[in-house]
Design a binder for this molecule. Sequence first.
Ligand code: GLN
Length: 447
Amino acid sequence: QSYLDRIATHNPVYNAYLTVDNKISLAQAAAADQLLATGAAQALTGIPIAQKDIFCAKGWRTTCGSKMLADFIAPYDAHVIEQFNRAGAVNLGKTNMDEFAMGSSNETSYFGPVRNPWNPKAVPGGSSGGAASAVAARLCAAATGTDTGGSIRQPAALCGITGIKPTYGTVSRYGMIAFASSLDQAGPMARSAEDCALMLNVMTGFDERDSTSLQRDKEDYTRDLNKPLAGLRIGLPKEFFAEGLSADVGARVQEAIAEYRKLGATIVGISLPNTRLAVPVYYVLAPAEASSNLSRFDGVRYGYRAPEYTDLTDMYEKSRSQGFGEEVKRRIMIGTYVLSHGYYDAYYLQAQKIRRLIAQDFTDAFQQCDVIMGPTSPSTAFNLGEKGDDPVQMYLSDIYTIAVNLAGLPGMSIPCGFGTNNMPVGLQIIGNYFDEARMLNVAHQYQ
Ligand code: GLN
């Protein structure tokens, strides 16, 4: 009730939630009380969390930030939602996001931008901007997000919270509306690494309904939180501290690294030579996959249908032109172009080859270090509208996060102080495949 009250008071300013349903939330809370009374409670029983509006939740409006799904009531639960229900967590509502998770500022949402609780003139980052804002403004105890190119880590950094994108395949994508299927991965956003570990314990696990879900034993991600860091080797890629990084963000990250030295870590200089190709490669591959995934929104099966049309083709065209926003249309056009006959070899195939080289860079780097560190984002939160009419400027806000998705590696962001404008700075920690427990340990020791 206390969180619902805070949402009622503050959400009109932050616009972090798109849908709340006090009746459902309070009924779940009452059920959690029962579990507590009978001694059947688990770690997250009764904990009020927020769900990104990309996850289908039975009976809940599930919009993915789009006019296309503005009235869509999901008929089934995503794997992630099922897992939280099973754990007895309370769903406080669905959080705002960039349309179909395409964006870095939450400004592409059909339902209006989200505001950063540290300064309401600033963006919260994106695409999981509603989740980050809700956690930072204490409108939930923790939240879920998804990360295709940085959408958990970048908003976590800009809002001063902790977020982790697990190894690709760790969390089932069943019921999570697809953007770029070979990159999409769900993860938690919370106030600390410890809370993220508890959330991850619930979210992970094999699910046969997602063909990329990995068959691995369930892990306890809290198991290493208190391990000392003596002997830890931290790799610093020189490409992450080059041109484009704002001075204050660079300074805070260096101070955090000095702190790690005091905790017993050793610092190793490394190189990820193909880093500069990550953004261009991503903006070929992600739109290609999106153009295919979004073909299902045709006005026939579900979602928005234009009110007036002449024939079937006209109905498709009008429904999609009216239902999708500008950024989504831009991606569909780029994706269709790079996949078309005559351009496929020049763009799509080339990008796939470079993706392999980018992954190989990390494999080589992890021969020399246990984790990689650097900034999460090149700057602190920018103001609403500041990068609005320049898509390339917006795309560059993910220069340090995107390569991690292309390689399928786990990455996280933790707060490490404030920039000259008093806005939060994020430290990125990148781990080797399946090394989430160690990353959470590294984050927890600093926090
Ligand atoms: N900002 C990137 C994009 O617009 C990444 C988004 C994401 O991770 N979902 O595609």
